[in-house]
Design a protein around this ligand. Structure first.
Ligand SMILES: [Zn+2]
Length: 422
């Protein structure tokens, strides 16, 4: 078992460290899946985002106490994903702390509440696979935009409700910092970015990180608005930031480098939209469109557009489904046979289950893992030689896991392989 070397190298983006961005302004990277930003004033600290676990938040606060002993008085959530809102109680330390979020802030924590009706049970299982929860640190080498090895204690436990919701662009002054808060829909519709004009620092939430944008999350997310996200990159560019402090991965310094990165990010999203629309209008199905879609060479070479987190193919398929729904346009699909029925017919046409099993074994041995899985799936669906088919599928999943640079896919493959053989 050896993960893709580029995915391992991506870990340099979240080496555990507190970066000083400007006098009094810090970003804690690598303690958790996401970053925490701390702005130290004369009498208190403003915190932007709080990580996914109370343990990670405690580790950050404890290290930060060597820099400042002042109390945290204001917390700003850039958006409602739980890796940004779950350590608030730790920073509040029992005090009444102001919590600021966008007026359409909707806590993502409800998505993992199993007491709610379906599909949240499935969503939780898929979330565990995407983030490799319960995989060993050797297996879960990365989250793509955060370290694979990080504290798990207090996951989702330290959330505090917002006390101030921002509707329009607003300038607030807290602890001596004049901060412009602006809504900026992107990875989520409820994004709130923070602009500190004095030192030209932009806290961009998850609208940018050092990886291809996660326009679709395989844990199962509703459609993310591609056009809004791309337009928001123009909004970020207009600030002309000299330091970009994202919600994940290292900060970027230098106006020119930041402008190039934000422009490339925008253009990559728009390229996926344009090429997918072209394919749709040519009457192609989403799988064919995704299989043929590549970023232009210049964009594909950019380090912050590597598919460590999102992928071009998943994005294209999400755009198709978001605009046209599940139907691929082929009338055959309207009455598609259920897998168990199709599998039975396929096996008999192929000369029986033993024949297909042996082809699946050959495919695994030859490294044709995807085809091996597609054959194994028929055996499993028809419940013929299914124990052997599960082993083959698990082997193929582990083989693919080591080939992909996409962390969510790797984690999903590895946890699925374990589930198949348990
Ligand atoms: Zn995040």
């Amino acid at each position: 078992m050896a993960a893709h070397p580029n995915l391992i190298a991506q870990n340099a983006q979240f080496t555990k460290r507190i970066h000083e961005l400007a006098p009094g302004v810090y970003t804690a990277v690598g303690y958790a899946a996401s970053n925490v930003h701390l702005l130290v004033g004369n009498e208190g600290i403003v915190v932007i985002d709080t990580t996914e676990t109370t343990q990670a938040a405690e580790n950050i606060l404890s290290d930060f106490r060597e820099i400042s002993a002042l109390p945290v008085t204001t917390i700003i959530y850039t958006h409602s994903h739980r890796d940004h809102i779950s350590g608030a109680t730790v920073f509040a330390e029992g005090r009444d702390v102001e919590i600021i979020a966008a007026d359409n802030f909707a806590s993502d924590l409800v998505d993992v509440d199993t007491s709610r009706p379906v599909p949240n049970v499935a969503l939780m299982a898929r979330t565990k696979r995407q983030f490799g929860i319960s995989l060993s640190p050797e297996e879960r080498v990365s989250l793509g935009v955060g370290p694979g090895d990080r504290p798990m204690k207090g996951m989702g436990a330290g959330y505090l409700e917002p006390t101030l919701r921002i509707g329009e662009t607003t300038v607030i002054t807290r602890e001596g910092y004049d901060l412009k808060l602006a809504k900026a829909p992107g990875e989520t519709p409820d994004h709130l970015i923070v602009w500190y004009s004095q030192d030209r620092i932009l806290f961009s939430g998850d609208n940018f990180y050092h990886a291809f944008p996660n326009l679709y999350a395989i844990r199962g997310t509703p459609y993310r608005d591609f056009e809004s996200w791309a337009d928001t990159m123009d909004q970020l560019l207009a600030y002309k930031p000299e330091i970009l402090a994202p919600g994940h991965t290292n900060p970027i310094r230098g106006a020119a480098a930041i402008a190039t990165a934000l422009t490339d990010y925008r253009d990559a999203i728009r390229h996926v939209v344009a090429e997918t629309v072209k394919g749709i209008n040519a009457g192609l199905d989403p799988v064919t469109i995704a299989a043929g879609l590549k970023l232009p060479e210049e964009l594909a070479a950019k380090p912050y557009l590597q598919e460590f987190y999102g992928t071009v193919a998943y994005a294209s398929r999400a755009y198709f489904a978001g605009k046209l729904g599940w139907f691929d346009g082929n009338p055959t699909s309207l009455g598609q046979l259920p897998p168990s029925v199709e599998a039975g017919k396929f096996l008999s046409l192929a000369g029986g289950a033993k024949h297909v099993l042996s082809a699946a074994e050959d495919a695994v041995e030859g490294g044709d893992f995807q085809w091996a899985m597609e054959l194994a799936d028929r055996l499993i669906a028809a419940d013929e030689c299914s124990a052997a088919a599960r082993q083959i599928k698990a082997t193929a999943l582990r083989g693919l896991a080591d080939q992909t640079i996409n962390a969510p896919t790797r984690n999903y493959y590895l946890l699925s392989a374990r589930e198949l053989t348990e």
